[in-house]
Design a protein around this ligand. Structure first.
Ligand SMILES: Cc1ncc(COP(=O)(O)O)c(C=O)c1O
Length: 358
């Protein structure tokens, strides 16, 4: 069975499983803000229409200026991308043929993009259910690598690694001349996140990737950015297709990143829903990762393999993200996004039904 390698677009999952998509379903497989895009975006939407007659600014000056002020870095240290995914592709092209270490489990595009660019890939596998990251275990891999991919907070586990561990990784990589690609696609769901962006000034090999599609619920628009030393940004921007970020995405990005109130409301909503869900999982004896963000991994400890559980949920119109293509998870966990209160309630009802039967 060749299941899709990403969440969302559930029609492809059902097709691969030889089933038809049910009339009613809830898609828990994409980690998008359940509140939807900020209302300011809807208010401005009609104004964006006339902008489609103009080519997008290939230098994205206006959006970069805003990010530079917000993150207190130089505009030369910023590259805007057609989603974080494009930036990952550019990094992999930049690392073409090099030796890379991927800390797994992690977003599958690191591997896909590195493979497409003939990188030699080594996996550093973290073990569940805690998926703890330890610098000493990594040291020998770093010594022979050109680059290391790390996702914090981690997709798919939702776990936030300790700041001190990341700093010791950055120090070791700097010594070993090894790039660190630190993917912060979900950083803004954390209430107390201490960003690593200021560290681009002290660690010359640090590349940070951010996505705007998750927090601002705009995956269809495609927008992300990268922060790194200006020399790295210059090399990577030379690999980027011209006009790769469309005008509406640029305008939307400017609006979104200023909306601190929206971010706060989201963080508070996600925290409350997460607490409600976690206490339910405990009560009904499901194992869940200690997530700090808007998604989590879940498994039924009574089963060795989760495929029957996955199947049951799909039949009930509940669509989690399978984990067959996450090395080390191999389908033995299911990932769920935190959705609206009502959708989360419906998930809990179906899980109760499952528990009653098993
Ligand atoms: C960890 C991580 N990084 C980057 C991305 C890419 O996001 P986008 O291209 O939508 O900005 C994703 C998407 O799921 C992700 O999970």
């Amino acid at each position: 069975m060749n299941l899709p390698s990403h969440g969302s677009n559930p029609q492809h999952l059902f097709k691969a499983m030889g089933r038809s998509l049910p009339m009613h379903f809830i898609d828990f497989s994409a980690n998008i803000n359940p509140i939807g895009p900020p209302s300011t975006l809807k208010e401005k939407w009609n104004d964006f229409y006339r902008e489609i007659m103009v080519y997008p600014d290939p230098l994205a000056v206006s959006l970069k200026d805003r990010i530079a002020v917000q993150e207190q870095i130089s505009v030369d240290s910023i590259l805007i991308g057609n989603g974080g995914a494009e930036l990952i592709t550019l990094v992999a092209r930049f690392l073409s043929g090099k030796k890379v270490v991927i800390i797994e489990p992690a977003f599958s595009e690191y591997e896909t993009a590195c493979r497409a660019n003939q990188c030699e890939i080594q996996y550093h596998q973290l073990k569940g259910p805690n998926f703890a990251l330890n610098m000493d275990d990594l040291r020998s891999s770093i010594s022979s690598a050109d680059a290391l991919f790390l996702c914090n907070p981690n997709n798919p586990t939702g776990i936030q690694y300790p700041k001190s561990t990341i700093i010791s990784i950055l120090e070791e990589c700097e010594k070993q001349n090894c790039y660190v690609i630190l993917d912060e696609a979900f950083y803004d769901f954390l209430v107390d996140y201490d960003s690593f962006i200021p560290y681009i000034n002290s660690f010359s090999k640090l590349i940070i990737i951010r996505s705007l599609t998750k927090m601002f619920a705009i995956p269809g628009l495609r927008l992300g950015y990268m922060a790194a030393a200006a020399t790295i940004i210059t090399e990577l921007s030379a690999l980027q297709p011209h006009w790769s970020i469309n005008t509406i995405a640029l305008l939307a990005g400017e609006l979104c990143i200023q909306d601190n109130e929206f971010i706060k409301v989201t963080q508070s909503y996600i925290r409350k829903e997460r607490e409600r869900l976690l206490s339910f999982f405990k009560q009904y004896h499901f194992v869940v990762t200690s997530t700090k963000v808007n998604f989590y991994l879940l498994r039924d400890p009574n089963l060795k393999e989760q495929i029957d559980f996955f199947d049951f949920l799909l039949q009930k119109g509940i669509i989690p993200r399978h984990t067959f293509n996450f090395p080390g998870l191999d389908g033995n966990w299911l990932r769920f996004a935190i959705k609206s209160k009502e959708e989360n309630r419906m998930l809990m009802e179906v899980l109760k039904e499952w528990r009653y039967l098993h």
